[in-house]
Each structure stands twice: as C-alpha cells, then as structure tokens.
Design a binder for this molecule. Sequence first.
Ligand code: P1T
Length: 393
Amino acid sequence: MTGDGFDPDDFETRAIHAGWEPDQETGAIMPPIYASSTFAQDAPGEDRGYEYSRTGNPTRTALEDNLASLEGGEYGRAFASGMAAINTVLNLLEAGDHVVVGRDVYGGTHRLFTGVYEDYDLEFSFVDATDSDVVAEAITDETALVWIETPTNPLMQIVDIEAVSAVASERDTLLAVDNTFATPYLQRPLEHGADIVAHSLTKYLGGHSDVVGGALVTDDEQLDERFGYYQNSVGATPDPFGCFLVLRGTKTLPVRMDRHSENARQLATWLDDQPAVETVYYPGLASHPGHEVAAAQMDDFGGMLSVDLAADLDAVREFVSATEVFTLAESLGGVESLLEHPATMTHAAVPAPERRETGITDGLVRLSVGLESVEDLQADLEQALAGTVDSDR
Ligand code: P1T
C-alpha cells in the first residue's frame, strides 16, 4: 500500500495503489518490468525474496497483490492465461473426484474439463446452476468442487453465489467462481461465500486487448500455498511485461466498467425493441430472469450482452460480418466493441446437442460493448440488422 500503514477502503484508490508504492530508490511510480529470469543470492539458499522468475517476480507480485486487494481476498496468483488459472484449480483434484459445473461456461473451460480431465478420471456434471436446488441434487460424496460463472458466457445467466455457496459448504465442497465477466469492481464472489475466484486477465482487467493472462484469488492460506506449488511446478506463469500491462489496466477498471455498463444498458434497451431481435440477454433488463439476484450481488450489470436473432444461420453470419464499429472477433472486455457467434466461435468446442440444450442457438450473437460513442454503436447495429436479418429489409 502507499505510505505507512495507509490502507484505503475505496476500490478506486486500491485499483490505482494496491500492490505497489513508489520505488524506494528511484521513486518510480509504476513497478519496473523486472526482465530478469533469475536473482542473485547472498549465499546458497539465501535470496532477497526472489530466486527465479517462474517461482516469483517482483512485477508479478505487484499484480498479484493488486488483484487480491480488488477481490477483497488475502492471496492472489497470476498465470499465463485464464485457462492456466482454471487448470490450476483442477490440479487440486484427485482421480475419482467429481465436479459440478454450471452448464453455461466458456467453451474453453468445457473443453479443458471434458477433453483433458475426463481422461484423468475426473467426472463432470454440467447442471443448471441458476437453481441452487439443482446444484445440491448434483453433489455426490465424490464431489470436490463446484465451478460456476456468473454472469455466464455467453448466455448471461445469473447464478446466486450465496445460495450455491450454502449448498456447497453444507457438503464440504469447494466453490470456485469465474468472475471474468463481472470483474471485482462489480462483483466480489469471496464476499458471497466463494472459496476461489478465477479470472481471465485478458478481458476487462487488462482492458486493452493487448495481453493474455489469468489469476486466482482466495482467502485460504492452504489453498494459496497449493496454487503456488502448482504455479511453480507447472510453470504456466505470466511474463513481467504482461503483468505490467494488466497493472496498467486495473488502474482504470472503475471508470471503464461504469462506461461499459452504461453503454451496454442503453444498447440492451434499444435492442429489446427491435423486431429482428427475438431475445436480449442482459441482466440489467428488468425482464431478465436473474435481474433481482444480479441487482443484489452485483454493483452494476457490466458490458456483455447477447441477442438471439430471429433469423437463419446464413443471415446471422451475414449480420456479424456487416458491422463496421463492432469487430468480429473472439474475446471481450477491451475498450473496443467486439461481436462474435458462439456456436461457431467461442463455443464450437461444446458438442452441438449440449449447446442446444444450454440455449446456445445458431441465432445467438454475443456483444462485448466497448467505450465508443453509444450513438455510433447503436447506428452500427441498426445498419447491420437492416442489411441482413431485419424482416422489413
Ligand atoms: O483466454 P484466457 O485468458 O485463457 O481465458 C479463458 C476464459 C476463462 N473464463 C472466461 C469466462 C472466459 O470468457 C475466457 C476466455 N473467453 C474468450 C476468449 C471468449 O471470447 O469468450
């Protein structure tokens, strides 16, 4: 923290200051990018806090402390990607363990669980986590972990973290929440009973689509020690330049998230009135089934939304290629607006029948609403709809 024992309460102040104080020797305001793979030891085994950059690096420590503070947790660990962070949680498990997973999760998470860890004799049940009774029924004596996202990718479903935490802890099961869509500015799962918070830093925390990273935050010292052990043993650690970029991003997280949320709210409201749009999935709309839970556990509703277009696959593919301000690309959370087609892009790894059962139709389009003028964003969607899927064209 900055200064002697100064421990600011407010998120905005911690976003800028937590994890780093001006360098004692030089006064550097930003943490240097410690581009050093190794660190001199004073005697064998006597280091000055760092020995080798896979194990630890001062730029990484600054980021890890910053992220822990923002999530309101004791311990933070940074990784080379969001998937590397999620993988580290799975490293806690043993052959024969069972995991209950919210049905709507990022396609890469689904792929890691079923495409990699089923081969290591872990069993996964994908269930509707918006109903905590369904989660409770899915937990068995072998269940070691409940894994959820909220809001979910790409359907923007809302999971009641407190309710799921209650059923998980009753059965002595860890609860991990992927908080990538909300960010700690809008939602802090540890406050609602989660044991582990996971992030793709590639998204809002980095915020500028120029870095890939991941993180885990927990209050549990033993869990953190195991995360550190796997982090060092597996070696999927971020480089110091990447850590620097994410630290630069977190400083502006509050102002960015306020504008992302405002732009998304305006677009969601407008899209809801368009005849070419069958359904708008945005938790900020009063009609969203998770609206009340979201209003209770989130401080605002964020910049992600999805729409189901009343159109066939060809027309939907035309639509996502017809926008000019929104760029057709995977990923999300950067300052620029992106859109993508989950069925053929981010969630192509989920088998088609499962995709359909979850509600990821061929007509579904996901928008990451950026910080451009909302009038330009609306005009862009309007012209793309009119030229492709609009029934009046
Ligand atoms: O891409 P990576 O930093 O490894 O993060 C993976 C990840 C984890 N969790 C969630 C909720 C995510 O959305 C992602 C990555 N998602 C995309 C690339 C995407 O376009 O949805």
